[in-house]
Write a protein that binds this ligand. Sequence first.
Ligand code: HEC
Ligand code: HEC
Length: 406
Amino acid sequence: MSDHDLAGDGMRLAVLREAALKNGFVPAESLEIPGDPARQAVGGLIFASPLMSLNGKISCQDCHLDQFGSADGLPNAIGVGGTGHGVARMRSGGGILPRNVLPFWGRGSKGFDTFFWDSRVRLVDGRVISQFGDRAPSNDPMIVAVHLPSVEVREMIADNPQVRDGLVDESVDIAAQIHQTIARRFGADATIGQQLARTYGVRRDAMEFAQISDALAQFIRHRFRIQPTRLHRFVFDRGPISRTELNGGILFYGRGRCAACHNGPYFSDFESHAVAFPQVGFGKNGFGTDEGRFNVTLNPDDRFLFRTPPLYNVTKTSPYSHSGSIVRIEDAIVSHFDPLRLVDTKKMSARARADLYQRLGVAARETLPAQLTDQEVRELVAFLRMLDFDPNASVPSTGAMLQRAR
Ligand code: HEC
Ligand code: HEC
């Protein structure tokens, strides 16, 4: 439907456009940080290479898959020891990572400086705050973030007694050793080593993790950059919108209060908040619990808080929430204002119930949406679909980029 068809809604069309702009919505291209195509291409090879893991068996791409919107389609990620992708991977017996995989859209683009569910890498006043402390390997939080997966136990490193002894504190020195080993391996690889040497002007036997992490960051930044969506077309080019989408948009910025947290160019305030999603899986803190931001700050006020998720392509990244407990996007929205509708507390273990009640208490302090009807939830989903990248805008698949790089 065009503005013309929705003539009677002229005022509401203007209200939605204005609300989007006021809440930080900007043209997709304005978020891009340009990079170097040769470095992006070699970064793509590294992303797909199992040399990235200490045991040489798992690549970044094994969890961050194109067909699941760069996440893995599983509630909790399966790390080292797992084989195959998607559900096959779940049955294969790898170590379970206690968090839902995050997709990559917009990561490291302009203003996207806060990483992971618990914001354990973030830029504050121009300084990167992370577990590296004063020894952050870069001033670029994206580059710091891509240093972590290869040194996290169970993610890309096996959880066995020897590794545990050495890595139990995941110390900065041990991380540096692992990174050095990985960098030398890439240097020695016939294809990747040669390309790295050429694009960075470094001898293959002197390869450092600085080059590896830069290439990875450049690849992710470029491959998963924000592309125009139907909302961009609607706001900036008077593109079409249906009445359902319009209703959803007005709710999103209005009575639904979604933009209280899902605001800015990426639909995230990059702050930590509590929504009492049902929690499944092992949980970062064990026994099905994940204390979120508290794990990083140890400040009791931060218990059960998680980074507001950005919402581009969100209709494609089921399951939802930090623990991947929610399959339908409608239910992800319902969890914000009526979490108990989704669980049968009688069937939960006493511990799980206690955990949920604690999280409900924390969520009660938030400015959460008021009750919405099922019809309104459907309208919100229709609006969220407008944040999917427009399939007509061409984005090469990772595979196509790799072909080109060869
Ligand atoms: C075993 C599965 C797995 C593998 C392999 C993996 N990741 Fe992840 N990745 C995850 C999970 C799970 C999260 C969310 C973790 C969290 O927030 O605590 C994540 C989050 C991220 C994030 C943060 C995204 C955001 O929104 O803040 C980045 C960046 C990232 N991974 C990069 C990589 C890179 C680069 C590699 C390869 C070196 C890699 N990952 C390998 C599972 C994986
Ligand atoms: C108080 C801040 C806040 C408000 C208001 C809010 N959200 Fe959220 N939203 C969050 C947080 C935080 C999460 C992730 C929580 C977690 O995983 O434990 C989330 C998760 C989601 C998810 C799942 C995303 C994913 O990738 O897992 C969707 C979809 C979503 N919100 C949509 C909405 C909509 C639609 C509204 C308005 C009806 C809304 N939110 C209002 C903070 C908020």
